[in-house]
Design a protein around this ligand. Structure first.
Ligand code: PBG
Length: 323
């Protein structure tokens, strides 16, 4: 049969496929999220996230050294407090868990970028991401608290802050607070397009951050909305964000693809705990090939438009790519 174009011609041999490949996954693209807990000598597996542990600062340091040796450019730190309270006061404490971790990492593994999650949910007794008044999260009262948290991270030496609370105006509030104190060179990675997702379930076990009443739908985005993603991202660009994040990743590839031509800042995607746990669980059952499904998911996230990916698979990927 005479077919003028046969797509299979360029698929026949691996070297043809290499020549025409459009997207690559690189170790340079990866950010490894990690959990820091109070105490000493703690290295505690998270049951719903096989392969992920919670570390005390002393145990975190050697683990981050390993991440650095694998060539991964950055880690993202989540902290847990000794004690939770209504205001999440420990989130901005100079001697808080994350603040101590940042100082130790900058001393002992200075090269790797330390990014910090800026939020209140793992620090508040009610588990919400902001200040609660009369059963509601008070947006504007929360901004000042978040700015203090971001500032405490920058003062401890964080290389970048990543607000994940979804309050309106928080990027601007944090930008102003950082600039006022001489941290005008510290970039903001904004969780700009963060959905009220059930894929965060395992993370909330790890961070003990499940809301004690209600849910997060009054501040995180409705999974049904796409145009709103453009509005959210555009607002954060105007407020001074340096990188725009979409979260979760795989169920929201359309959002990444829509944002790509609209937003001229780097785009990050967060492959969240539930995405990770599903792959792990199916692989443990022998139902999918873990490595293949992991790599396919990540290349799909890049193909959709992400420049970088936050993933609990970062170390595994770096190991595979180093071969
Ligand atoms: C905190 C925060 C969450 C995640 C990152 N930062 C949880 C949430 O919003 O409930 C989720 C990360 C993951 O699931 O891996 N606001």
């Amino acid at each position: 049969m005479e077919l003028p174009y046969r797509p299979r011609r360029l698929r026949r041999r691996e070297n043809f496929r290499r020549l025409v490949r459009e997207t690559y996954l690189r170790t340079d693209d990866l950010i490894y999220p990690m959990f820091v807990v109070p105490g000493k000598a703690v290295k505690e597996p998270v049951p719903s996230m096989p392969g992920v542990c919670r570390y005390s600062v002393d145990q975190l340091v050697p683990e981050v050294q390993e991440v650095q040796q694998l060539g991964i450019p950055a880690v993202l730190l989540f902290g847990l407090p000794k004690k939770k309270d209504e205001l999440g006061s420990e989130a901005a404490a100079r001697q808080g868990t994350v603040q101590q971790a940042i100082r130790q990492l900058k001393k002992q593994v200075p090269e790797i970028l330390v990014i910090t999650d800026v939020c209140l949910c793992s620090y508040t007794s009610h588990g919400h991401c902001g200040f609660v008044r009369d059963g509601e999260v008070d947006n504007d009262a929360t901004l000042e608290l978040l700015a203090q948290v971001a500032l405490s991270h920058a003062e401890a030496g964080a290389d970048m802050v990543a607000p994940s609370d979804m309050m309106d105006g928080r990027v601007l509030a944090i930008r102003e607070a950082l600039d006022e104190r001489g941290f005008e060179m510290i970039p903001i990675l904004s969780y700009a397009v963060k959905y009220a997702s059930s894929f965060y379930g395992p993370f909330r076990d790890a961070a003990e951050s499940a809301p004690q009443f209600g849910d997060r739908r009054s501040y995180q985005m409705d999974p049904a909305n796409a145009l709103e993603a453009i509005r959210e991202a555009t607002l954060d660009v105007e407020e001074g964000a340096d990188i725009i994040m979409v979260k979760p990743a795989l169920p929201y590839l359309d959002i990444l693809a829509r944002l790509r031509p609209e937003i001229d800042l780097p785009l990050a995607a967060y492959q969240v705990s539930g995405e990770y746990a599903m792959i792990k669980a199916a692989a443990q059952q022998g139902w999918v090939d873990e490595q293949a499904v992991m790599l396919e998911s990540l290349i799909a996230i890049k193909r959709a438009g992400a420049d970088m990916i936050l993933t609990y698979f970062a170390k595994d990927v770096a190991q595979i790519l180093a071969k």
